[in-house]
Design a binder for this molecule. Structure first.
Ligand SMILES: *[C@@H]1O[C@H](CO)[C@@H](O)[C@H](O)[C@H]1NC(C)=O
Ligand SMILES: *[C@@H]1O[C@H](CO)[C@@H](O)[C@H](O)[C@H]1NC(C)=O
Length: 728
């Protein structure tokens, strides 16, 4: 809560949280299930950053873009992103919602609708922020002298009841159209393998009545409502379905009636992130034939039948830089707001593009050149542009970094669920210590965040504790995702041994991609995968003496068997295999007895699906794993880089029944572990400061297509300092 101490004189923050749905609130605590265990997993880089929504004037009367005019609108708590400025016609509705007379002279409040993940729960919020222009001393740390928040009204816009799947879902891309909130939610199962559950809904705010606008069995992303509110445009695969893409999607653009989803028609082949210029003009992004991401314009016929043939398409932004995630301001056809990646910077920035002169006007690069800025949105009068970025500055942080983030579960779950700030987490048999991988090195620490330290410098991947011998952790020493012949060995680490010479013990000897060890319940054997035959198969060796003390081959074949996990009763080993379609990238889970009998497929993951990193529950009845069964949940270009944005965490029973999805988001969730002890369902913070804002932008934006750069360099005007003065 640093801002309060900095601005005591004027920081009278009032926080109101009023559920607005008329539905009966459900306050009953779940008492049906006892939580005796925990599931913990890693999300790629997720706990390394937190977003807030900021805004800057889009027109400069007398001055160039300046940090002094950038306002942080959201409250610096949790992750806030994908904002929307509501139109004036919705203002009276919004003030009715909170029925709160905010008695303030001065300018009208800033109103914002946005997505926030608070306490691990994703919801859409409305903030009304009153800024105090007088009597507030200029802060020496944050130069936002004229725009300090005096009063904030904050309201969650959707009623997420405890006992429904709705609470455990992702919400995204809100727009307020009249009395209706239009947004994406993932709470309904699509019923179709490898189909995202992202769908567009509309909720009448006065009544809470919610209607699904996307047909069942289909996924829609990135909705945009037309100025009149009549039409909604989305990016969608339609019935074709997702084919596994993770950076640039080959979605098409569809339009349907905002009222009830009827009249659905495809208007553009290959495009995403649509936004309306007027009732018959759509802007969208696509990676063009010349491989530059660019903004395009689609002109819809004003009369007659709409089809892809009747829609005229023209390119709006030139090659020579990547331009994406466009935003229009309703009724203003002079400029659009866009995000860009210019060849001159490694950072994603917000700019305006003048539709009359075809010139860019940079905004954020001139303020915060070394910060990524995401997903711009314009105010209805087009005077302000909003965007989100990491709130942690170079010099520290404004909210705690989490070691363990507690996430919601359904009331009948018998485990607590956590996102952990490290790869391949695993817990000691007593449940009080964690081993994990960070930056390819192995670390160990207490669950309460004390005593975290490196125990093996790596490179290494995967961790698992010996169930019997105290302080023994196994890992795979070598590079991840490597070929069969790559040097990787299984080592044991005595994490309580301070002597470098004796702490590490190598258990395999041939160095041919020996990885993913899993000890038998008594700690006598280790099952692991090895590439020693030229293919990755499963082997069992002695846990203390390594393969010298006894080695037995468990599986054999021209494919990859990997990531085994030994059941707590010793009867089964579960593993991932591509044996049905070797080298296709498709992995399914199999069970086999340690003596090599009883092989059976646990689940059919559908064509080309992935089911990886299985781990037995402590009672041996279920398996937690990571999979792409629910596709992707948002356009990857609207988020930081994720190698596998489809990764979500699931559980399944040993007979292949009762598949349950535990996570809903656009991040890469993976490497789950099922902890034999119950971890209290609360967040755990790191004790010391950790690096913040440490994430990568979408990798494909680093590609700079050669064609176009030289030729178009004069077209693309990259302003230097002198040129920026020209904006004033
Ligand atoms: C607002 O609150 C006042 C006083 O509590 C009440 O009389 C009035 O009906 C409320 N208005 C709405 C729209 O809920
Ligand atoms: C393998 O193990 C199972 C279960 O323990 C047992 O029933 C079976 O007889 C064993 N088969 C062989 C060939 O050892």
């Amino acid at each position: 809560m640093k801002p309060i101490t900095l601005h005591v004189c004027c920081f009278l923050l009032r926080l109101l949280q009023i559920p607005i749905s008329n539905a009966t609130p459900n306050n009953e605590e779940s008492t049906t299930a006892t939580t005796s265990t925990s599931i913990v997993f890693y999300s790629l880089g997720r706990l390394d950053y937190s977003f807030d929504i900021f805004s800057h004037p889009s027109s400069w009367i007398n001055q160039p873009p300046s940090i002094a005019h950038e306002i942080k609108i959201t409250d610096g708590q949790w992750v806030n992103f994908n904002g929307h400025f509501p139109s004036p016609s919705s203002s009276s509705l919004l003030s009715l919602l909170h029925n709160q007379t905010v008695d303030r002279p001065g300018p009208p409040p800033l109103q914002l609708i946005y997505v926030s993940e608070r306490n691990g729960v994703s919801n859409i919020y409305y903030d009304e922020v009153y800024y105090d222009r007088t009597g507030c001393p200029r802060s020496t740390i944050r130069k936002r002298s004229t725009f300090e928040t005096s009063i904030r009204v904050q309201i969650p816009l959707l009623d997420l009841k405890e006992n429904t799947q709705s609470r455990i879902s992702m919400k995204d891309r809100p727009t307020l159209a009249g009395d209706y909130l239009v947004y994406v939610s993932t709470h309904e199962d699509s019923g179709v393998a490898r189909t995202s559950t992202a769908a567009v809904y509309s909720t009448e705010l006065k009544s809470g009545l919610t209607r699904r606008l996307t047909p069942y069995g289909i996924a829609d992303f990135s909705p945009s409502v037309s100025p009149s509110g009549k039409w909604t445009a989305v990016a969608s695969y339609g019935a074709r379905g997702w084919d596994g893409e993770v950076e640039e999607l080959s979605t098409d653009i569809y339009v349907f009636s905002t009222r009830d989803g009827t009249g659905r028609v495809k208007v553009v082949e290959h495009g995403g992130w649509p936004c309306w210029g007027d009732e018959t003009t759509l802007y969208f992004h696509r990676r063009g034939e010349d491989e530059w991401w660019s903004i395009y314009r689609a002109i819809l016929p004003s009369h007659g039948t709409i089809s892809t043939e009747s829609v005229g398409i023209e390119r709006v932004t030139p090659p020579g830089l990547h331009v994406f995630t466009p935003s229009t301001s309703l009724g203003n056809n002079n400029f659009i707001a866009v995000a860009t990646r210019r060849p001159t910077t490694k950072f994603r920035h917000i700019e305006l593009f003048d539709l009359k002169t075809n010139e860019f006007k940079e905004i954020t690069r001139l303020i915060s050149p070394e910060t990524h800025h995401f997903n711009p949105f314009l105010s209805p009068d087009s005077t302000r542009v909003g965007y989100h970025k990491c709130r942690w500055g170079v010099r520290g942080r404004e909210s705690p970094k989490l070691l363990l983030q507690n996430l919601p579960t359904t009331p009948d779950s018998d485990f607590s669920l956590f996102r952990f700030d490290g790869e391949f987490p695993s817990f000691s048999p007593t449940g009080d210590r964690i081993a994990y991988v960070r930056y390819d090195a192995v670390y160990v620490g207490n669950v309460d965040a004390r005593n975290h330290r490196q125990v093996y410098g790596g490179p290494a991947f995967f961790t698992v504790w010996d169930p019997v011998r105290k302080g023994i952790v196994y890992t795979s020493a070598g590079p991840n995702f490597a070929t069969e012949g790559t040097k990787v060995d299984i080592v044991s680490i005595n994490v309580d041994d301070d002597a470098d010479e004796t702490r590490i013990k190598k258990l395999t000897t041939n160095g041919k991609n020996n990885a993913f060890p899993s000890p038998s319940p008594g700690g006598r054997w280790i099952v692991f995968r090895s590439g020693r035959s030229g293919y990755k198969d499963l082997y069992i060796m002695n846990a203390e003496d390594g393969e010298k003390g006894g080695l037995r081959r468990l599986t054999k074949g021209p494919w990859s068997d990997t990531m085994p996990s030994w059941s707590p009763d010793g009867e089964w080993i579960v593993f991932a295999s591509d044996r049905d379609n070797p080298d296709s990238g498709s992995f399914e889970m199999y069970l086999i007895r340690p003596n090599g009998t009883g092989l059976r497929k646990l689940i059919q993951s559908g064509s080309d699906g992935r089911a990886n990193h299985p781990w037995f529950s402590p009672d041996g009845k279920r398996i937690v794993f990571t999979s792409d069964y629910t596709g992707i949940s948002a356009e990857p270009i609207s988020n930081p880089h994720q190698y596998q944005p489809y990764g979500e965490i699931f559980t399944i029973k040993l007979d292949g029944s009762d598949i349950r999805r535990l996570t809903h988001n656009a991040y890469e969730d993976g490497t789950p572990t099922w902890v034999p002890k119950h971890i209290k369902a609360v967040d755990v913070e790191w004790l010391e400061d950790r690096p913040g804002c440490d994430f990568q932008d979408l990798h494909c934006l680093n590609d700079l297509p050669s064609h176009g750069v030289g030729a178009k360099a004069n077209v693309v005007n990259v302003p230097n300092k002198a040129q920026c003065a020209h904006f004033s």
